[in-house]
Design a binder for this molecule. Structure first.
Ligand code: C2E
Ligand code: CA
Ligand code: CA
Ligand code: CA
Length: 274
């Protein structure tokens, strides 16, 4: 039994070594891909729960890696954050989204903004300039930020959000319920909606139902007080959909309504074929 344990360790060490090599490899690839066209925006529909009509899409980053295939953010985003590269990748993605918006079509597209990125002094200016240069309608672009990004530096976050909103770009709070939820601050921020984290939506069915119902109910009450709406994330089945509707959540996103896909295979396609 002892030697079997040692063997397992040997296997584990080898796996760790391979992992380390992989990461180094990937970082070099990431630098190269930034100068190429390896990054693509996928779009996932956000729907009205009552009739499943599409109100917008979230842009999600994908990396079409020449050897490893299609990579999702968790495969490489930590890497980019450490090396400061992710901001550059974000701008590449935003540029694609602006182009898509400039083609026409309907509904908004939301883009993810990492907390560190949101902290950059020129973030709002650069985004607005990009919208302008692309000829995109700013009212069709939204940003998704997490609570952390707001609470870091409240006055600055306020300025940033007001500037963006002044130009038509609304903000939605991502992964809501997972952070500190400094509720006393929330009413001060111009926030369009709260995205209920998918862990609570998943929890709405099964053993964790009572706790998840309590959390979602609290978020709904808060949103009601603030006069804003909510989007349930990660809706995968009819039971979750029914539970969300019962709790008063009007919008949702998840595999039940559509997986992230390239623009041409989403309702955004109308814009492409024009
Ligand atoms: P997020 O912003 O919370 O995005 C939602 C994630 O949930 C996406 O994962 C999406 O594919 C996944 N998802 C959607 N519906 C379902 C469902 O029904 N069930 C389950 N289990 N998952 C679902 P993805 O695309 O892998 O992105 C992961 C995270 O990476 C995002 O979480 C976001 O924080 C970050 N990210 C994605 N794109 C970008 C980007 O362009 N820039 C930055 N800075 N971060 C990004
Ligand atoms: Ca998001
Ligand atoms: Ca989220
Ligand atoms: Ca997330």
């Amino acid at each position: 039994a002892k030697s079997a344990g040692r063997d397992r360790c040997a296997v584990f060490d080898e796996a760790m070594r391979e992992q380390a090599v992989r990461i180094l490899d990937l970082e070099a690839d990431l630098r190269r891909a930034i100068n190429g066209d390896g990054f693509v925006a996928f779009y996932q529909p956000i729907v009205r729960l009552s009739d499943r009509s599409v109100i917008g899409h979230e842009a999600l980053l994908r990396w079409r890696h020449e050897r490893r295939g299609l990579l999702v953010p968790s495969d490489f985003i930590g890497l980019g954050e450490d090396s400061g590269l992710i901001e550059e990748v974000d701008w590449l993605l935003y540029a694609q989204v602006m182009k898509q918006l400039a083609l026409g079509g309907e509904g908004y597209v939301s883009v993810n903004v990492s907390p560190r990125h949101f902290r950059a002094a020129d973030f709002a200016d650069r985004l607005l300039r990009m919208i302008d240069e692309a000829g995109a309608d700013p009212h069709r672009l939204r940003i998704e930020i997490t609570e952390g990004a707001l609470l870091d530096d409240v006055p600055r976050a306020l300025r940033m959000l007001r500037t963006l909103r002044g130009h038509g770009v609304l903000a939605q709070l991502d992964d809501f319920g997972t952070g500190f939820s400094a509720l006393s601050y929330l009413h001060r921020f111009p926030i369009e909606c709260l995205k209920i984290d998918q862990s609570f939506v998943a929890g709405l069915v099964g053993e964790t139902r009572p706790e998840s119902v309590a959390v979602v109910r609290a978020i709904q009450a808060l949103a009601g007080t603030l006069g804003i709406h909510t989007i349930g994330e990660g809706v995968e089945n009819d039971a979750q959909l029914a539970a969300l509707r019962e709790l008063g959540c009007a919008y949702g996103q998840g595999y039940l309504f559509g997986h992230p896909a390239e623009a041409y295979s989403t309702p955004l396609r109308q814009a492409v074929s024009r």
